[in-house]
Design a protein around this ligand. Structure first.
Ligand code: GDP
Length: 198
């Protein structure tokens, strides 16, 4: 079984994205998998493939330190106990506000939650894709995405990181970049699985 977990603050568009993802995967399993080529088609989606929203992890801001630590502990436990199934994590951010939020929360004693979560998932060896949502509201697209790379500790330009940075607009159904990044992860995983038997 393959599982993709979605994490992110509230209001970044996780539910909208989830609807978009699962709507299309239902469409896929009901139709002719691997044949139709519609823009957001999951032609690699197996029947057992699933997306898991991790509720609670979106509510990191405004909660006290103790609760945040608990949320993180829960996240680690969840991923550790499902490690064999978890193909990737999708960290959803709001492209319009993410840089401001990160910069506002950066300081000598403070790491912004999105940045922390990103590193944290990498440390757990979970391939993490940052779905930069609401790109329909962003004018300076390349600059914004380069800034995000910089804040995440990835060397700009963002175009070098297409497997990690996926600009999307869930509301408009434009999630090709995320599909592409997931497809890459999926193929990498399949290759690793095959190599185990060599
Ligand atoms: P969640 O709290 O992360 O699950 O966020 P929701 O899916 O409920 O979305 C929060 C708000 O953002 C809603 O008003 C959505 O219509 C809006 N939204 C979601 N995706 C997009 C997008 O791609 N572009 C724009 N402009 N708005 C979006």
């Amino acid at each position: 079984r393959e599982e993709v977990v979605l994490v992110g603050r509230s209001n970044v568009g996780k539910s909208t994205l989830m609807r978009e993802l699962t709507g299309h995967s239902k469409f896929t399993t009901g139709g002719k998998p691997g044949v139709t080529r519609s823009p957001n088609h999951f032609d690699w989606t197996s029947e057992n493939f699933m997306f898991t929203d991790l509720p609670g992890f979106g509510f990191m801001s405004g909660v006290e330190e103790e609760r945040r630590e608990q949320i993180k502990t829960d996240l680690v436990r969840y991923i550790e106990s499902n490690a064999d199934d978890v193909l990737a994590a999708v960290l959803v951010v709001d492209g319009k506000s993410v840089i401001d939020i990160i910069d506002r929360h950066s300081g000598p004693d403070e790491i912004p939650h999105d940045v922390e979560l990103f590193h944290f998932l990498w440390d757990l060896d979970v391939p993490t894709i940052v779905a930069v949502n609401k790109m329909d509201k962003v004018d300076d697209r390349d600059e914004r995405l380069d800034d995000l790379c910089d804040r995440l500790g990835l060397h700009p330009p963002w175009k070098q990181w297409r497997e990690t940075i996926a600009p999307i607009s869930a509301k408009r159904g434009d999630i090709d970049a995320l599909n592409e990044a997931l497809r890459t992860r999926f193929h990498e995983q399949k290759r690793d699985d095959l190599l185990k038997f060599v």
